[in-house]
Each structure stands twice: as structure tokens, then as C-alpha cells.
Design a protein around this ligand. Structure first.
Ligand code: FPP
Length: 251
């Protein structure tokens, strides 16, 4: 653990969260930036800017209490269909975020990881992304996993092609394929499956996010729009998660 890490806030301890039983992996669908802006008669880009502030808050709390892996759905394969202005604003927000947070990731021991069709991102974003991944690769504290140009179906198609190629060249016997084979050929091969999936803004859907990996995840959908999602609500959700009875199909 890094010695510069801030101590866990008293308010967090007062929630009664058992820091020894935290989810190993929290995944979040950050939704509602556009609606947040619309409610205030602001441009959607303002909503994303405020959303980026919430990202900072939630990364900080996660690191502070000791969540081992946090995945954030920052840009989906479908998001490329948004207006060129919005896509470009999201890309520059992402770049700004990586540049400004790199020192914080270094001092807090956060390792950056990315999943998705990274090759579709603008070159300057890819450059800063790979630089940050490289700079943080030995950080031991928490994995911050950004889903960028990510779609679960595209991920499954990619995995299928890789396995088919291996079968064709004779390095894989189709009969030997197991669930572990599939998991180890997904973008998330180096991460545990999410224990908890949170979605903000109230929509009751998964939106092509981690379809294979969330088979046994606990779901929490809140009506709060992502820019309004707070440290306090996040901690309440973690507390609620700890009260659930996870049976993984068992009795
Ligand atoms: C969903 O809101 C959010 C996104 C498509 C992008 C998420 C991006 C951020 C939180 C900011 C940048 C990210 C990082 C990692 C710095 P929406 O636009 O779909 O909202 P709506 O459903 O209300 O229109």
C-alpha cells in the first residue's frame, strides 16, 4: 500500500461497511449526463464535464476504502453514432482526465487498464492512454479499468475469432474449450468478474456491457443521474451489497 494514501474518512467508517468484505470488482454504467444537462438547459457536453468530476470522486473513494478493481463504462461502441461534436468533446475530456489524473494515479498506487476497441480512438487519445497504462503498470493499489469504445458483443465476436483461428492452426482442440478458455480470451482476461454492477439514471438495461462477465454480478440501479452520484450514495450501495445473500445458483 502507498503511504501517501489518505486515511479512510470517519464518515465512511460510520456507515458500518466491512472493509474486509468489499466487492473485488465494481463495474459502473455511468448514465444520465445528457439528462442532467438538459434539466438545466445546458449543452450535453456540460453534463459530461460534470460526469468527469463524478469519475474523480468515485475513483478516489474506491481507492480510499480499498476496492481492488473498478471498471467504468466511459464510451460504448454505440456512442460513436452520437454527433461529431459530442464524440469529440468526450474524447478531449478523456484525454484531459488521463493527463490530469496521471500524477494522482501514481501517488495513490492506481494502475490503469483499458478494454474495448482502443484502436478506434483518436491517435492522441491512444498515445496518452498507453503512456498512462505504461507509467502505472506496477502500481499495486487498485485497477482502474476504463471501457472505451467497448461493446460486449464485439468482445465476444473477437474472442470467437481468436479461438477459431487457434482451432484452425491446430493449437486449440475445440473439445477442450471451457468457460475458463472463453474468459481468458476476453479483454478482461486479467480481471475478476464484477461482484457488483451499478447503473445510474434508472434505466433497467445492460446496454451491451460485460455480458459474459456479469453472469453472477449483483445489480444495483439507482435513479440518480451520474453527475449527481455522490460518495455517500456509493457507500450506501456498498453497504447494501454487503447485506445481500449471494448464492451463485446454489441454495
Ligand atoms: C452517459 O450519459 C455517459 C456517457 C456516454 C459517457 C460517460 C463519460 C463521462 C462520465 C465523462 C468522461 C469520462 C471519463 C472517464 C473522464 P448519456 O450522455 O448517455 O446521458 P443521457 O442518457 O442522459 O443522455
Amino acid at each position: 500500500m502507498n503511504s501517501k494514501l489518505p486515511p479512510v474518512e470517519v464518515a465512511t467508517l460510520e456507515k458500518g461497511i466491512d472493509l474486509q468484505r468489499l466487492p473485488a470488482h465494481v463495474a459502473i454504467i455511468m448514465d444520465g449526463n445528457g439528462r442532467w444537462a438538459k434539466q438545466r438547459l445546458l449543452n450535453r457536453v456540460h453534463g459530461h464535464e460534470r460526469g468527469a468530476e463524478t469519475v474523480r470522486t468515485i475513483v478516489t473513494v474506491s481507492r480510499e476504502i480499498g476496492i481492488p478493481t473498478l471498471t467504468l463504462y466511459a464510451f460504448s461502441t454505440e456512442n460513436w453514432q452520437r454527433s461529431a461534436i459530442e464524440v469529440s468533446a468526450l474524447m478531449s475530456l478523456l484525454k484531459k482526465f488521463l493527463e490530469s489524473e496521471k500524477p494522482i494515479m501514481m501517488s495513490n498506487g492506481i494502475r490503469l487498464n483499458a478494454i474495448g476497441q482502443i484502436e478506434r480512438l483518436p491517435q492522441d487519445v491512444q498515445d496518452v492512454l498507453f503512456q498512462t497504462i505504461e507509467a502505472t503498470r506496477h502500481n499495486p493499489g487498485m485497477v482502474l479499468n476504463l471501457a472505451l469504445s467497448y461493446g460486449a458483443r464485439a468482445e465476444i465476436v473477437r474472442m470467437t475469432r481468436i479461438l477459431a483461428e487457434k482451432a484452425r492452426d491446430g493449437s486449440l482442440d475445440p473439445q477442450s474449450i471451457t468457460e475458463e478458455t472463453v474468459s481468458s480470451h476476453l479483454y478482461t482476461h486479467n480481471l475478476p468478474d464484477p461482484d457488483l454492477l451499478i447503473r445510474t439514471s434508472g434505466e433497467m438495461r445492460i446496454s451491451n456491457f460485460l455480458l459474459w462477465q456479469i453472469a453472477y454480478s449483483e445489480l444495483h440501479i439507482t435513479r440518480t443521474l451520474w453527475p449527481d452520484f455522490s460518495r455517500n450514495e456509493y457507500l450506501d450501495i456498498l453497504k447494501d451489497y454487503q447485506q445481500r445473500d449471494r448464492r451463485f445458483g446454489n441454495v
